[in-house]
Design a protein. Structure first.
Length: 229
């Protein structure tokens, strides 16, 4: 089920959109605290944001910019300010589409479905592995978490694939080294440590702190799902 975050100052419009999307099987969440939109975005981890321009405290452009600093989750602007300047500004700030108020709910639904299809179709078409809210795409060696897609190097991908395949257990350092450098017996053991540290830093930049745990003297394993993040 896709979660959609609705940031609309008019409670009547917000509730109408929310109820309509709920009927179509989406999980719609209406924001009421307009001073802390970014923290709510981080907490909710939505797959799409419907964002009005005219909001209390800071406008929609500001919040779009803040969200874009940490995520590529699609953002659809909804506003009565539909002149060309505002539409261009919305797209330049990182918006994925623009819906002019007043609008027909069927049109809004069609646009929402189109944006979700464009953004997440790879998860349905490609072979993927999932661990909690973390998705490993086997087709393009990428990792998807909290609305952000992370490109992995060949070795980083192979490490993650092994850990996903043995989720709930521990993968030995020897097994990982054989997967990465099958015929290169001369590879120093420290080379794996360097690769692992580089991968961990990349994961942390995406918000995945502590995803990979070290089992001293044995190898590595994925952290428990509830502790990821």
């Amino acid at each position: 089920m896709y979660k959609i975050m609705i940031v609309e100052d008019d409670n009547t419009i917000s509730e109408q959109i929310g109820k309509y999307l709920d009927r179509w099987g989406y999980e719609a969440v209406c924001v009421t605290d307009f001073e802390n939109i970014l923290s709510q975005f981080i907490s909710l981890e939505p797959q799409l944001v419907l964002l009005d321009i005219g909001l209390p405290f800071y406008n929609g452009y500001y919040w779009c910019g803040e969200i874009r600093k940490i995520s590529q989750t699609p953002i659809v602007f909804i506003s009565s300010a539909s002149d060309n300047m505002n539409i261009v500004m919305a797209m330049n700030m990182g918006g994925d589409d623009f819906i002019t108020k007043p609008f027909d709910l069927d049109v809004l639904l069609a646009k929402v479905q189109a944006v979700l299809r464009r953004t997440y179709s790879f998860c349905q078409q490609a072979s993927v592995m999932e661990y909690g809210k973390v998705i490993l795409n086997l087709a393009d060696m990428s990792l998807f978490y909290a609305g952000t897609r992370l490109e992995l190097s060949k070795n980083e991908f192979r490490i993650m694939q092994l850990l996903f395949e043995h989720a709930g257990g521990t993968v030995s350092r020897d097994s990982i080294m054989k997967k990465l450098w099958d015929d290169e017996c001369f590879v120093d053991d420290n080379t794996l440590t360097v690769n692992m540290n580089r991968l961990r830093k990349k994961l942390e930049q995406t918000g995945l702190h502590g995803l990979i745990e070290t089992k001293k003297g044995i190898g590595y394993q994925l952290a428990k799902k509830e502790s990821i993040g």
